[in-house]
Design a protein around this ligand. Sequence first.
Ligand SMILES: [Zn+2]
Length: 233
Amino acid sequence: MTKSRTVAFIYAHPDDETFGCSYLIRQIADEGNKPILFTATRGDAGKTGHLGAMTREELATKRDVELAKAVDILGISVMEQAGMGDGKLKEVAPAVLQQQIADFLRRHEADVVVTFPEDGISGHSDHIVIHHAVNEVVFGGQAPSVQKLYYNQMGSFASDISSVIWIEENGKWEVKRRALEVHESQILSIERVFGKLGPDVPPQHRVEAFELAWEHGVHFPKRVETSIFDHLK
Ligand SMILES: [Zn+2]
């Protein structure tokens, strides 16, 4: 590859990146490109797993440490958090959230963006708010360097009306498992989705799916793609 590309992952909480995108993020880094991460909140309203009661500030600090470890394991180059209210993104003025996202994408000259699909994967209201904010920023041309937008769908996702690229586990489960493990405070939701973490890849988590939502001004273009970097200018 001649030019190093920047792929921005725009999410709501620490751990969203690990749940849906570990294989893709690690692959981007391994190929010499730059995965970067923006999370709107510090996840301070979440559960604490087996760690017992914590104040919001204690949990925020704990989750900062967890995310820093995951960032390291996944090979993320840049990570920024907006520190907005966890569970309360609906209450943030849309223009304010969009401005933060647009600034992040512009500052790092992101080529490709990955975010939640319309249902937020889990239906979490913060995830859905992020989905719409990223759409507004990208579709509205607020981040002119962006050439493609993908929605991070569940691994088995397929569609007749859109292009989907699947990233195979291909030896990367170990990386994903370690990144999941460091999100220690979130172990209950991790086990609900992935089961008890061990050396074997859970069968339903052998691939991650990314739906091409927008490319160079075209919504849901039908493409045959081998990489998220195909067709970049
Ligand atoms: Zn989340």
